[in-house]
Design a protein. Structure first.
Length: 244
């Protein structure tokens, strides 16, 4: 691999599920942290590219697979790198997490550059990013799919008002906040009976402080489709949560 960030972390109590094991929610927290570290190490973190170019990173899609849940307090080995560019405007960092040598988690992120003031999408080549910044494609994890933007047969799960603690440096609801938003569409009993193993989430429109999001859910045989709607009916994000 040309450029890989390798870390060994002890899993934290705050990231564990109710069973004391690190699952999707915790893994996705680590994913965002490691991708941020990857960007910072290359000098393409928001702290560098915004003052220089007026650009920020927008995360548009996540896809992830949980192979094994890990007890909190145990050490995991993590590797993050970016796949070869397949688009002039999309960067796809990937993450692998192993526990005692076994594959525990894989994830892929789609990110793009945008002008914070105008919202215009920029090319990856508009910032300085050397060819050695990329590694191989993560062939084992399937690519992104098409997710429905609306769920005509979906049932209303709950409503959520975006608050101050949901915001990030882009002044919109942070991408990670949508994961508990969708997980909370179902209760503890449901997730105990349907352990979540797969996630695909697409971010369609930004959400801002004070907005109310309505979550709709539609259950299928092997998972659930969900969508978070803004007050005007515009989809903010949609997701697929698959279980065993």
């Amino acid at each position: 691999m040309s450029y890989v960030i390798c870390e060994e972390w002890s899993t934290q109590f705050r990231d564990a599920d109710q069973d004391g094991l690190l699952g999707l929610r915790g893994y996705m927290n680590y994913f965002q942290e490691l991708v941020g570290k990857y960007q910072l190490s290359l000098g393409i973190g928001v702290n560098r590219i915004y003052p220089r170019y007026g650009l920020v990173w927008l995360y548009s899609k996540f896809r992830a697979r949980v192979f094994e849940k890990v007890p909190y307090g145990e050490k995991v080995e993590m590797k993050v790198w970016a796949e070869p560019l397949r688009s002039s405007v999309r960067l796809t960092p990937v993450l692998e997490i192993r526990y005692e040598g076994r594959l525990a988690f894989q994830g892929r992120l789609e990110a793009c550059l945008a002008n914070l003031e105008t919202g215009a999408i920029a090319r990856i080549s508009d910032i300085e990013m050397g060819e050695d910044a990329f590694g191989p494609a993560l062939e084992e994890l399937p690519g992104f799919t098409r997710l429905p933007r609306q769920l005509p047969q979906g049932e209303k799960a709950w409503e959520y008002k975006v608050g101050y603690s949901d915001l990030d440096i882009n002044r919109h609801m942070n991408n990670q906040r949508y994961i508990p938003l969708f997980l909370d569409a179902f209760d503890l009993k449901f997730w105990e009976e349907h352990p979540v193993r797969e996630l695909e989430i697409h971010y369609l429109n930004q959400s801002y402080e004070g907005e109310t999001l309505t979550v709709l859910g539609q259950q299928e045989e092997k998972g659930s489709r969900l969508v978070a709607l803004k007050e005007d009916g515009t989809p903010a994000a949609n997701a697929w949560l698959g279980w065993e």
